[in-house]
Design a protein around this ligand. Structure first.
Ligand code: SF4
Length: 367
């Protein structure tokens, strides 16, 4: 009988999260060793292929056009630029490239075609390719799969209840629908969240209930610590204490045992000792490179030094699942349908998002 459970309750997860730390670590490390090689860590490189100017209002995000941050936006990168970056990432030990575009959802057309070409190009470099492009339809997911996409990232961010305090321009059910569309292909699912946005521990448990109830559970779960960027609605949030990060990683490991738990944003604030405890608690993936989309990240050489000190080895690509085949554009079975899906737009008022928007407007006026 499979030991993977999809019916975790919030109470059960809270009980795990709040255990005495030594008991929690021991349990998480035991689960980790049962399902994974504890000395192997996946290294992914995150590339922002289209930066800023996003129409969404995610309260944590400096890429939302409505807030005023120091971020410099960029149009979609060329395929050759992406290829050069992927080769650099491969040379420095990454097995996966994750490409992020600041879009609400994917629209059929030349830009999506360009992303498909990026996917084909990186898959041919024998690296795992992941994309995070916003909401996608089933046909778009199939086109990505055909191009050789290995994973699609779409974070749930937090619990369904607290989501309404963070984003007003789309609904939780759209996130789940996109994940469902990805699941209709052989592309793996990467979905996790952010802690430190002002949510309660119950919300953290609620997010894990949602992720664990997916069947199959996501193959990767990124756990981010909020990086509070000036100008965003969450600019005043205090950094997440390392102990909370360790507890969240350990609880994720126990509840979603087969997944790769990724230490994502916020690593620059963590000591090596803190990161080592996260690896012990079951984290087995990191993002490498000096930037995480738009926020700082440790230098890859420092990470490799840390790996050496801890005796960790970077994971080789396609260990968990075979490399997908790339179908060239001219041989594709799927055509762009120009679909215009009705993704929701709840449009409720989130006070801190409104305040940050007003502040941005005033700053613009004053210029
Ligand atoms: S998190 Fe993504 S969807 Fe939300 S504002 Fe940022 S780029 Fe846009």
């Amino acid at each position: 009988m499979s030991e993977i459970r999809h019916n975790w309750t919030r109470e059960e997860i809270l009980e795990i999260y709040n255990k005495p730390l030594m008991d929690l670590l021991y349990e998480a490390a035991t689960v980790h060793r049962k399902y994974h090689d504890p000395n192997t860590v996946q290294v992914s490189t995150l590339l922002s292929i289209k930066t800023g100017g996003c129409p969404e209002d995610c309260g944590y995000c400096p890429q939302a056009a409505r807030y005023h941050t120091d971020l410099e936006g960029n149009d979609l990168m060329s395929v050759s630029h992406v290829k050069a970056q992927a080769l650099r990432a491969k040379a420095s030990g990454s097995s996966r490239v994750c490409m992020g575009a600041a879009w609400r959802n994917v629209k059929d057309g030349p830009e999506f075609d360009q992303v498909l070409e990026m996917v084909r190009t990186i898959n041919k470099l024998d690296m795992e390719v992941c994309c995070t492009l916003g909401m996608i339809t089933e046909t778009q997911a199939k086109r990505l799969a055909e191009a050789g996409l290995y994973a699609y990232n779409h974070n749930l961010d937090t619990s369904e209840e607290y989501y309404k305090e963070v984003i007003s321009t789309r609904g939780y059910e759209d996130r789940l629908e996109t994940i469902d569309n990805v699941r209709k292909t052989n592309v793996t699912v990467c979905s996790g969240g952010i802690i430190g946005m002002g949510e309660s521990v119950e919300d953290r448990a609620g997010m894990l209930v949602s992720l664990a109830s997916l069947n199959p559970q996501p193959e990767s779960v990124p756990i981010n610590a909020l990086v509070a960027v000036e100008g965003t609605p969450m600019e005043e949030q205090k950094p997440v204490p390392i102990w909370e990060m360790i507890r969240m990683v350990a609880t994720t490991r126990i509840v979603i045992p087969e997944t790769q738990v990724r230490l994502s944003a916020g690593r620059t604030e963590m000591s090596r000792e803190g990161q080592a405890m996260c690896f012990f608690a079951g984290a087995n993936s990191i993002f490498a490179g000096d930037k995480l989309l738009t926020t700082p990240n440790p230098d890859v050489n420092e990470d490799m030094e840390m790996f050496e000190m801890l005796g960790l080895n970077p994971q080789k690509p396609f260990i968990k699942k075979m490399q997908p085949e790339t179908v060239e554009a001219e041989d594709s079975q799927y055509q762009a349908l120009g679909e215009k899906p009705k993704w929701s737009r709840p449009g409720h008022t989130i006070e801190r998002n409104e305040e940050a928007k007003m502040k941005a407007k005033e700053l613009k006026k004053a210029k």
